[in-house]
Design a protein around this ligand. Structure first.
Ligand code: 5GP
Ligand code: ZN
Length: 113
């Protein structure tokens, strides 16, 4: 996806503060953090949102979720964290490349919406 900013981060056209990388996943700090620790975990291959997850691409989502606890440990999230993904217009998704927000490093609000 040539006009996707997260694809540009994956291929290095836009710089990012990386916290983890492997063959199919990239994690980097959010440019506008909403908590003391706030990073995004994305598949390197373009998937638009949760709404585009299916049987043929769900393996990378599974991999993301086995990777998140490892990254959390690495960055010192020892007391819990929150994982969020926004989907579509009602979900306030602003970047149309699947990403999971990981927030922590402090007590988060109970509010979810
Ligand atoms: P969404 O609103 O789609 O769930 O979240 C998109 C997130 O991407 C936002 O938290 C926003 O701050 C972050 N973001 C947008 N552009 C960039 C960028 O160029 N670099 C980084 N590191 N984060 C970005
Ligand atoms: Zn993309």
């Amino acid at each position: 996806m040539s006009d996707c900013i997260f694809c540009k981060i994956v291929n290095g056209d836009i710089p990012s503060s990386k916290v983890y990388e492997d063959d199919c996943v990239l994690a980097f700090n959010d440019i506008n953090p909403q908590a003391k620790v706030h990073f995004l975990v994305i598949p390197k291959s373009h998937i638009g949102s949760v709404d585009e997850i299916n049987e043929s691409n769900s393996n990378v989502v599974s991999h993301i979720f086995t990777t998140i606890p490892k990254i959390a440990k690495k960055v010192g999230l020892t007391n819990g964290y929150r994982v969020i993904t926004n989907c579509g217009q009602d979900g306030c998704q602003s970047v149309k490349h699947l990403h999971f927000h990981v927030l922590g490093g402090e007590q988060l609000s109970e509010k979810m919406a």
